[in-house]
Design a protein around this ligand. Structure first.
Ligand code: SF4
Length: 270
């Protein structure tokens, strides 16, 4: 069971400011480790997602109206927690005309205003591939923008609802072309082959992705997709070395790696 002074401080700050984290909403196995290091990944735009991906533990349904004070509370919490590198993600908001892009921009702006020394990483949805919406996040200038492919191309239709592999690559391309560090991640253990993993690496590199994360898929509940395979730590290490050799600036690859795990290491130099 996670505990400790820092853990309690993060927990209390999140609760007091009525915020959500993907750490709890996604049943992340690293919560004790991350929260004790004083880091957490805030999840904005509520805790109900309009999509229902087969791997994800976040609730699905009709989201509540947007809470425009949330960016202020996030900014204040980042300050209280003295976060040096702040990671933000969101649920998908296909119910909003801009997918929540304006809200994303406001959140980044408020964090920067209150915490000028803090670097920001945003793990964004695909915004249905709408370039002007993605541009709003880019123009708010976080240091890193991450968009996960989640899995290899063949398995994407079974695993992600609505999102498409090629469209996600296009999102990553737009991020990379803006000059901001582009990051992406996949989960292993969903039935992908080694050849498909290597192809995914090549696809990411071809659109300018600098940072890749690779972790083991764990089924959040029995109603989610079952784990097809537990990949050995040695194999994860092998993928890390292959990825670095292929040209990624950083590759985090081990069973417990999540997109936001030790994200503070991924602020690239250009
Ligand atoms: S890996 Fe990410 S989601 Fe998991 S506890 Fe750490 S910050 Fe939260």
């Amino acid at each position: 069971m996670p505990k400790g002074e820092s853990y309690s401080k993060v927990k209390n700050t999140v609760k007091k400011h009525n915020l959500h984290t993907i750490c709890t909403s996604g049943n992340c196995p690293n919560i004790g480790d991350c929260w004790n290091r004083g880091t957490a990944t805030f999840m904005i735009l509520g805790e109900i997602c309009t999509r229902s991906c087969k791997f994800c533990g976040v609730k699905t349904g009709k989201p509540l109206p947007v809470d425009w004070d949330e960016p202020n509370r996030i900014a204040e919490s980042v300050k209280l927690m003295q976060v040096k590198h702040c990671v933000i993600t969101s649920v998908d908001r296909d119910d909003l005309e801009d997918g929540g892009a304006e809200f994303w921009a406001k959140t980044i702006k408020r964090i920067k205003e209150e915490n000028p020394e803090t670097t920001i990483e945003t793990l964004i949805p695909d915004f249905d591939g709408v370039e002007k919406d993605i541009k709003k996040v880019i123009e708010a200038k976080p240091e890193v923008i991450s968009h996960n492919l989640e899995t290899v191309e063949r398995l994407t239709p079974q695993i992600r609802s609505r999102a498409k592999y090629r469209r996600s690559l296009q999102v990553i391309k737009q991020i990379a072309e803006s000059g901001i560090t582009a990051k992406s991640g996949i989960m292993l253990g969903l039935g992908e082959t080694e050849q498909e993993i290597l192809q995914t690496m090549d696809d990411l590199l071809s659109v300018g992705c600098n940072v890749m994360t690779i972790g083991q898929y764990l089924a959040p509940t029995v109603d989610h997709l079952p784990v097809a395979e537990y990949v050995t730590p040695e194999k994860f290490e092998e993928y890390k070395n292959i990825g670095l050799k292929k040209g990624f600036q950083f590759v985090e690859s081990s069973p417990l790696v999540r997109s936001s795990y030790k994200a503070e290491n991924h602020v690239c130099s250009h």
